[in-house]
Design a protein around this ligand. Structure first.
Ligand SMILES: *Cc1c(COP(=O)(O)O)cnc(C)c1O
Length: 379
């Protein structure tokens, strides 16, 4: 089955009881057990819920995995995956990760004795040199948030395999439409499904997928033990969103290409970060491992131009956190999504105070460009 067909017919695509083509929302928290101790398929909804289960089967299918797990947020999914490790274990983590992941690692997981080394995962020598006796995994995003840096997934996974480490990739920015890390040798993929997978800015959710049966068993245990599961209503909403991922990503990409071309030819813009930028260091790798470049673009204004005034002057494009929705969203990472990262570390990683991140939505391209033009005229 081709990817776009899988989005619609993958997983469990009809209710076995009724034939309903839209999987019903099963709100029941518990299930009648007709025989004592018979270990029925459904017993308690934290452990397993048919609506959530259908979503989990769908994400496993579209990420080419064996098992999927749905959580109450992307952060909850990432937390559950890090819970595979124990006090004293060491993890290598990319230096440009989502601000909330940075906070989870530094303010929560370190308190539980997990050790981390932060590296630029684009640099394979540095990655391999960071491996210690107690290293258990390499965790990174590609493209990264917000600088859209590209790491060679296959190459890092190869290093990890050689040293018997797990590779974990946050695939939120690319989505399974553009990139399938499991196919490239990765063990676990995580998603903030709040973004492109949900796609309509109306659900907070997280997903984890693996193609390893043993890891799947451990994740099922952790999901049930920690309990940060996605509810049935949100599971249904997310499945509904995923079904249109293909058509949405095609238009996201078309609009992003138009916006990218406009920004690169704009005298008021000093730098544009986009995986589809042929002059960027990651371009060849992006072309190799992605089916498209996505619709996240970051840029900097020429020195002295007022980024605050610019984003506040936009009329159609919303100044808001989050990304991947049908509506275009713009933000300033230093003040918003990445404010949890100390300023020196942010600057070291290239996230300047003036950096602007744009999630290009599905509006008409002309209206988007007109809105950008009028805001540039204000500064
Ligand atoms: C938003 C985001 C997260 C966190 O997900 P939530 O659903 O907000 O908890 C993790 N990784 C990336 C890349 C994100 O953009």
């Amino acid at each position: 089955m081709k990817f776009n067909t899988k989005l619609i017919h993958g997983g469990i695509n009809e209710d076995q009881e009724t034939g309903a083509v839209s999987i019903p929302i099963y709100r029941s928290s518990t299930f009648h057990q007709h025989q004592l101790g018979a270990q029925p398929k459904w017993e308690y909804a934290r452990t397993g819920n048919p609506t959530r289960n259908a979503l989990e089967a769908l994400i496993a299918d579209i990420e080419n995995g064996k098992a999927g797990f749905a959580f109450s947020s992307g952060s909850a999914a990432i937390h559950a995956v890090f819970s595979l490790f124990s006090s004293g274990d060491h993890i290598i983590i990319g230096n440009d990760v989502y601000g909330g992941t940075f906070r989870l690692v530094n303010k929560v997981l370190k308190r539980f004795g997990l050790e981390f080394t932060v590296v630029d995962t684009r640099d394979l020598v540095t990655v391999e040199n960071a491996i210690q006796d107690n290293t258990k995994a390499i965790y990174f995003e590609t493209p990264t948030n917000p600088l859209l840096k590209i790491t060679d997934i296959e190459a890092v996974a190869k290093i990890a395999k050689k040293h018997d480490l797990l590779t974990i990739v946050d695939n939120t920015f690319a989505t399974p439409y553009n990139q399938n890390p499991l196919t490239l040798g990765v063990d676990i993929v995580v998603h903030s499904a709040t973004k492109y997978l949900g796609g309509h800015s109306d659900v907070v959710a997280g997903l984890a997928v693996t193609n390893d049966t043993e890891i799947a068993e451990e994740l099922a245990f952790l999901q049930n033990s920690i309990g940060s599961v996605l509810g049935p209503d949100d599971s249904w909403l997310l499945m509904r969103g995923i079904k249109t991922l293909g058509v949405r990503m095609r238009v996201h990409h078309e609009n992003a290409t138009a916006v990218y071309n406009y920004l690169t030819n704009n005298g008021k813009v000093s730098k544009v970060y986009y995986p589809g930028n042929p002059d960027s260091t990651g371009y060849e790798i992006a072309k190799k491992q992605m089916n498209g470049f996505g619709a996240m673009i970051s840029f900097e204004l020429q020195p002295g131009l007022d980024a605050k005034k610019f984003v506040e002057s936009l009329k159609l494009i919303d100044l808001a956190e989050s990304l991947g929705g049908i509506e275009s969203l713009i933000e300033v990472p230093a003040v918003m999504t990445h404010a949890a990262i100390p300023r020196e570390i942010r600057l070291q990683n290239g996230i300047t105070d003036e950096l602007i991140r744009l999630s290009v939505g599905l509006e008409d391209e002309t209206d988007l460009l007109d809105d950008l033009k009028q805001a540039f005229n204000q500064i």
